[in-house]
Write a protein that binds this ligand. Structure first.
Ligand SMILES: O=C(O)CCC(=O)C(=O)O
Ligand SMILES: [Fe+2]
Length: 353
């Protein structure tokens, strides 16, 4: 092993404990009641909504099976991702992210000021995507983000776009179930995603890590921004979720062809804290490389975010001041590079004391 690069070293409080807890883990939810169109039995849907509600409340994380996403579409993007990352650094850097275009390849992402042991390739769902230039409320300038055009592997863009379409469909179905579980109309969240979404997809590649496992992390502890995340992980494992019941890190066992869903910051605010965005992280592996693909469902930059009026009343007043999604995101991204002791600082920033 060579010398340890200090930029990868986690603070002692964030280092991974070597004894991994394997319990039954996050709930696995069968979505066949909504995908089985010939007999959509109302009582089966009701039971499903209950299951989703409990999973959101107790864990903020769950896996779904029988989700309707064709396995071939997933196989194609997983294969393409492997081919892309297997290229030389010089080739990958031809589509690297830069100040003007934050999409594309990047190998130096930091979570809370510590470098992650990973490489990523980011790709927008909508092109162009509009974003505020700064987080300053009085700065009304908006910039256009576009996608890079990787030459290898062949049809990379088409394969990614096909996968994004499937993720969009699945995310809307899950949002309907979440809305129903909160006692809202099924399509309540739809309006936030009909126009100018800022959604993007990330291909993650975690190379084998030569450092002692407790020193570095694939991704440091964090909560996801946006409404929800749909994650495809391969069979290697390494994702851990902080269990709400006792704050223990619990590993998320890979389940073939399942997707992992997690509640992100906006559902926390929309639901006025009924459902919370949960911390998670990724361990490094000394022998095996690992691939994962998160789809981050984000609304339009000018979406005004606040607890939904149906969910606030005198007994349960709004816990957040309204804020603009794009400003929040730009603020959060910029502070990812600063040292922070408090998780999810930006949401607290809008919290009414
Ligand atoms: O790779 C994983 O399993 C999770 C990655 C993650 O949490 C993220 O990219 O936000
Ligand atoms: Fe994440």
């Amino acid at each position: 092993m060579g010398e340890v690069d200090p930029t990868f070293i986690q603070d002692p409080q964030h280092r991974s404990n070597l004894s991994i807890i394997q319990d039954e883990g996050i709930p696995i939810i069968d979505l066949s009641p909504i995908n089985n169109h010939t007999d959509s039995d109302p009582s089966a849907i009701e039971a499903l909504v209950k299951e989703i509600g409990s999973a959101c409340k107790d864990w903020g994380f769950f896996q779904v099976t029988n989700h309707g996403v064709p396995l071939a579409v997933r196989n194609r993007i997983e294969e393409a991702s492997k081919l892309f990352f297997s290229q030389s650094l010089e080739e990958k850097n031809k589509v690297s992210r830069n100040e003007h275009s934050p999409m594309g390849y990047y190998d130096a992402e930091h979570t809370k000021n510590v470098r992650d042991w990973k490489e990523v390739f980011d790709f927008l769902a909508k092109q162009p995507t509009f974003m505020p230039v700064t987080s300053d409320e009085h700065d009304h300038r908006v910039t256009r983000w576009t996608n890079p055009s990787p030459q290898y592997p062949p049809n990379f863009r088409v394969i990614i776009e096909e996968y994004i379409q499937e993720m969009e469909k699945l995310s809307l179905k899950i949002l309907e179930l979440i809305a129903l579980s909160l006692g809202l109309e099924a399509k309540r969240f739809q309006e936030f995603f009909t126009k100018d979404q800022t959604t993007f997809i990330r291909l993650n590649y975690y190379p084998p890590c030569p450092y002692p496992r407790h020193l570095a992390l694939g991704v440091g502890p964090h909560k996801d921004s946006g409404a929800l995340t749909i994650l495809a992980q391969d069979e290697v494992g390494g994702l851990e979720v902080k269990r709400k019941a006792d704050q223990q890190w619990i590993s998320v066992k890979p389940t073939p062809d399942a997707y992992i869903i997690n509640i992100a910051d906006l559902i926390q605010v929309w639901s006025n804290d009924a459902y919370e965005s949960v911390e998670h992280r990724v361990l490094v592996n000394s022998e095996k490389e690992r691939f994962s693909i998160p789809f981050f469902l984000f609304p339009a930059h000018d979406t005004q975010v606040r607890p939904l009026e149906e969910l606030v009343n005198e007994q349960n007043p709004s816990k957040y001041r309204p804020f603009k999604w794009g400003k929040f995101l730009v603020h959060k991204e910029s502070s990812n590079f600063k040292k922070q002791n408090e998780e999810n600082l930006q949401i607290y920033h809008y919290k009414i004391a």
